[in-house]
Design a protein around this ligand. Sequence first.
Ligand code: NFE
Ligand code: MG
Length: 602
Amino acid sequence: MEKIVVDPVTRIEGHLRMEAEVEALPNDVHGYGEVTRASSAGTMVRGIETIMRGRDPREAWAFTQRICGVCTLVHGLATVRAVEDALNYQLPENAHLIRNLMLGAQYVHDHVMHFYHLHAMDWVDIVSALDASPADAANLQRSLSDWPNCSIEYFTRVQQKLKAFLESGQPGIFGNAYWGHPAYRLPAHANLVFFAHYLEVLDWQRQVVKLHAVFGGRNPHPNMVVGGMACAISARGNNRKSAAGKDNRSSHALFGGLTAVDWNGLETVRTVIGQMQSLVDQLFIPDTMLIADYYKGYRPDTGDLNDWTSVGEGLGNFMTFADFPGTGATGMLVPQGALLDRDLSTLYPVDPQAPEQIQEYVSHSWYDYSVGKHVPLHPYDGETCPNYTGPSAADGAYSDEHFDVDASYSWIKAPRWNGKPMETGPLARLNVMMASGNQQALDLVDDTLMHLDLEMSALYSTLGRTLARNLETSIFSNALHGWYDCLVNNIESGDLDTFNDEYWDPLSWPGEARGVGLVEAPRGALSHYIKIENGKISNYQAVVPTTWNGSPRDASGQGGAMEQALVKHRVFDKEQPLELLRTIHTFDPCIACAVHLAEVKK
Ligand code: NFE
Ligand code: MG
């Protein structure tokens, strides 16, 4: 047995190390080996939870939101929801609608960015685009959709740009990859099309973040507020009274820093929603289908030894938290629940407040618990006591030394639902939506599998996880229109309320309170747990999507979804483990989130 170590894994947020134990392939198969066991480690410690103690719960969101710079909104949202849960807040409908719009826009932005800028180069060989015929690229683009940039001249210019960039001697973001690896299957002109889209999506991102700026003042890290949204609506530019008779602007003066949303702002939001929809429909989904078409099935004649629709499943256990209130038959666009062993016939209820249901282990993480290293804790009673026990060089830097996975090897804790490791994220959501009868989800999956000539089992794989992320994006880009129309209807009928100030004064709070803030973040189920005593935070714990997906082993040795997903992967070249990156990236791991402030080395 040998180990392949990828450290750091790039094109992710934060610091991740993956180790794969590999056995040699049988003599009749070319290539290096097959993965028998894998380990994932978060190699950065964060201490957000410890700095929350003693703070005012109303300002907590501004700290937690800095947990991450990719999911720029969700931790702030989880915090305000946790405080609102603890204090039994009722929110005005407009606050829910604006939150839905901001979270929905985060999904579309984040998923599209992940695909083109973080994941695509696992499938697309940028350097090969230099050899492409621009005419073939133009033909391919025209066959995919009505996207306007499809001329031979356009792809000629893009190719010249790529050539100048690579010849500059400073290829920057394209400098360090496995270009030329035989597991790349796309023809050169398809690679050129993807490079063009890489650049186009950079520009698109700059436009679509404006939605967050309109409602939250800026992006990343838009403003939030406990009790609603930190934006006052100024209908047609005057101080119209809300339906409740309150002056909408003055109520916001309570917390300062307000953003005023006027009709120009709402028009910007409408434009952004349209830009999101057309990119998803005309670029993102067709490109996803193109990748899937090339990468389904075995192609052992090449250097690609894996069928990407059959490797990379991971656990087959999925969990979601409910989100997008006021939408769909159940009142939540994403329902809450758990599925085990791919069985969509039983959707188990999930209660994040139940101590026996959600527990975090630190058996193989660099933390101690006062109750003992192998006893799990529910997050309300969670503890963050770092205890780094190596392996490392004497100065604390990482070396090539392999982890001792029987001891502690990660800064990520190991959360479990009813003792089981669960996958969260797009594949979990799509499955839970299907299990709960969401027709759009069922149709999307049916149509896609039929188009690609694949069975349902193909969904539980590396390519299936990418399909799930990209397909669900159309559910959210569609839903944005409905939330926008509802908000505009409310405003036109005089309802300008975005904020409930009923419990703003801490003197109105009980001596002790606790609550959980649940969000379905782009990467999966997110929960923040808060305990409040005498107006201050007495304990705070965040259990994050990548904490679930990227967890190390628990007390009984069960690994997390990413560890499990690498098993059975065939690797062509141990110096270029492209195959492992393909699957790791399908989880869109975020280690900044998972371990929640880099510790400055003394
Ligand atoms: Ni830092 Fe995050 C999302 C959250 S993931 S990206 O989505 O919450 O663990
Ligand atoms: Mg945590």
